[in-house]
Design a binder for this molecule. Structure first.
Ligand SMILES: Nc1ncnc2c1ncn2[C@@H]1O[C@H](COP(=O)(O)OP(=O)(O)OP(=O)(O)O)[C@@H](O)[C@H]1O
Length: 614
């Protein structure tokens, strides 16, 4: 069900708590009224020279007592309401995070990290401020204005009250005319902060590329432009806010002018006493703060509404991939037999299907290798298997069950994937390997890292498995990151293991060692290996070659060589490259050797059957 309001829902849910907060604020407002009243009577007593010392001390004590009472109830009410808004802030941030966890991969493809961070930090802060200062000020303003006006009318003079109140509707007109503008400007400021955060995030994530391509100056120029824009938009926003504040203060000042002039006349002609005049002006000064705040509150509510809309837009986005109605909760584990039937799949905004009429059968415990040129659809096929995207119904089956019938929790916990981008968290190596709800023993962590051939590297670090990795694991080499990712998939002991081009950053000797170690692991598991090096896929029970989303060849290594098609072509070229690498060091520093070695290392070269980019 779509959420319509964050504020209303929260206030309704906590109505008793809010009523108590409102009660405390009301008591503090009522106590404030004692002060002008006592001051007026004190002044009259003085003027008529009838005041005894005892009465004077009584008035002073009354005013001090009222002052303390106001301070006590006001601060207690304030603290109470502020605590409620802190809770709301925590709840909203919590629901945002949980909702992001539910959303599917395509959602994040279309979002910038800076914007998401701006929603989680700035928008949630605005929501807190709105329920904090905003709600407190509005409550205080409404209660104080109402009871003060009643006191002014009943205890001083209705006409004087009416006249001094006359300029106040102008405040509403002013607030109304500033509303839209301030709301728009607030959204622009939030957007600019999002742009700036994205810029910093991208710059820090891509710092190596920036430096390698000597792009510091250009990056600085782009950052400066965004930074200046954010400052300019903020200045414009602050200008509008202060103009609004000054104009509303001027209107309040006008009320005072009326009060002094008209009230003075009433004192002179004896309609009201001097004490009533003093009390009236003190009442009016009590009103000044809340009336000014009322103006600010209008802005605050506008900003709060804009932030609420942005957060609601996220919370109301439905995840594309969820448990199907046909999902069978009794399926809690997988054997690993995979069948693909006439699978044709298109990405949501793509014109052409990425996978076309794919059919294949991978018996449980067997291995499948997928090779093919860049962009031929290899990763897409395995992403569908873990339902990062939704395959059409009736096309993908595991253990004879349509993948839509398998609960997502079962599917993903039973499949161990080593993705192409080996993302590691800025935590310890141990945490990255045992990244699973289940706890793992030290032996299991060590065993997984040994099979992944990364154990020897890890124990060379001073803190071994407790070594903290920098953000995205960049304190490790590319090959080490890949092997930590492999260990992370292996430790789960999944029924289906998927390696998406996971051996590209390791040398051939390490690759052999990893594949050898995997033998024992793969025995009773279905394994899918996407690879560009024939050496990493040739032992598979079944190999398919994808080209532009279609299977163009399939068979074992020897059968494919005998076919003499694309697979055999790739194999031939890789053999030549290996030969070139083994050439005697004649001119080893020269460009030819570099090209040959580079070609052997560069998968793009292999994939395109020629020089990279050909
Ligand atoms: N999220 C996406 N939205 C739209 N198109 C996509 C998306 N992801 C991939 N594609 C497109 O689908 C095609 C297949 O991509 P895929 O990543 O499956 O190829 P691949 O064979 O794994 O390539 P590589 O060897 O480079 O990893 C490409 O043309 C790619 O541009």
């Amino acid at each position: 069900m779509k959420k319509k309001s964050i504020f209303r829902a929260y206030i309704a849910e906590n109505r008793w708590a809010y009523l108590l907060g409102a009660g405390l604020v009301t008591v503090s407002c009522l106590m404030q009224l004692f002060i002008p009243n006592l001051l007026g009577r004190f002044t009259d007593g003085l003027e008529q020279r009838v005041l005894t010392y005892q009465e004077a001390i009584g008035y002073a004590a009354g005013m001090i007592g009222a002052g303390f009472g106001v301070a006590f109830f006001r601060s207690t009410g304030r603290i109470y309401l502020f605590r409620m808004s802190r809770r709301l802030e925590m709840q909203v941030r919590g629901s945002l995070f949980s909702h992001w966890e539910r959303l599917s991969a395509p959602y994040f493809n279309n979002q910038r990290i800076g914007d998401l961070m701006s929603h989680a930090i700035s928008d949630v802060n605005v929501i807190r401020e709105t329920t904090m200062g905003g709600l407190f000020n509005i409550l205080e303003a409404v209660v104080l204005i109402t009871i003060t006006v009643v006191a002014m009318v009943s205890s001083v003079n209705p006409w004087l009250t009416l006249l001094t109140m006359l300029p106040l509707p102008m405040l509403s007109i002013l607030a109304y005319s500033f509303n839209k503008k301030i709301q728009r400007q607030s959204a622009d400021v939030q957007q600019a902060v999002g742009d700036l955060t994205s810029r910093v995030q991208e710059f820090t994530a891509g710092i190596r590329v920036v430096k390698a391509f000597v792009q510091e100056k250009e990056e600085r120029a782009l950052f400066t432009k965004d930074n200046q824009r954010a400052v300019a938009l903020n200045r414009r926003f602050v200008r509008s806010n202060s103009l609004f504040g000054s104009l509303s203060s001027a209107i309040v000042g006008l009320s005072f002018l009326v009060s002094v002039v008209f009230g003075g006349i009433l004192v002179l002609n004896g309609t009201i006493t001097l004490g009533e005049f003093v009390a009236f002006n003190t009442y009016l000064s009590l009103l000044m703060g809340p009336i000014e705040n009322l103006g600010k509150v209008v802005n605050q509510l506008q900003r709060g509404k804009a932030s609420e809309d942005r957060i609601l837009a996220i919370l109301n986005t439905e995840p594309d991939v969820v448990d199907d109605v046909s999902a069978d909760p009794r399926i809690t584990s997988l054997q690993g037999g995979i069948e693909v039937r006439n699978l044709t799949f298109s990405y949501p905004e793509a014109k052409e299907p990425t996978l076309k009429n794919i059919s294949l059968h991978v018996p449980k415990g067997s291995s499948l290798a997928i090779v093919g040129r860049v962009g031929s659809g290899k990763s897409t096929l395995v992403h569908l298997l873990v339902r990062l995207y939704n395959p059409p119904k009736g096309t993908l089956f595991i253990d004879g069950n349509d993948i839509h019938e398998i609960p997502l929790q079962t599917l993903r916990s039973q499949i161990g994937i080593v993705p192409q981008d080996q993302f590691l968290f800025s935590s310890t190596i141990r945490d990255n390997i045992s990244f699973d709800p289940r706890p793992y023993t030290e032996d299991e962590v060590v065993r997984a890292s040994r099979i992944a051939q990364v154990y020897d590297n890890i124990i060379e670090f001073p803190n071994k498995f407790d070594t903290a990795l920098g953000e995205r694991g960049i304190s490790l080499s590319g090959g080490q990151r890949q092997r930590v990712s492999i260990a992370r998939a292996l430790i789960k002991k999944p029924s289906i293991l998927i390696f998406d081009d996971s051996l590209s950053a390791v040398d051939t000797i390490t690759e052999d060692l990893i594949l050898e170690g995997l033998h024992s692991v793969m025995e009773d598991r279905t394994t899918i290996i996407i690879g560009h090096r024939i050496s990493s896929v040739q032992a598979a029970d079944q190999i398919i070659v994808l080209d532009e989303g279609r299977i163009i060849e399939r068979g074992t290594h020897n059968e494919l060589l005998a076919l003499n098609g694309l697979y055999a072509d790739i194999h031939r070229k890789q053999l030549l490259e290996e030969e070139a690498e083994k050439l005697p060091p004649d001119g080893a520093d020269g460009p030819e050797a570099e090209i040959a070695a580079g070609a052997a290392r560069n998968p793009d070269y292999n994939r395109r059957g020629g020089a990279a980019g050909a």
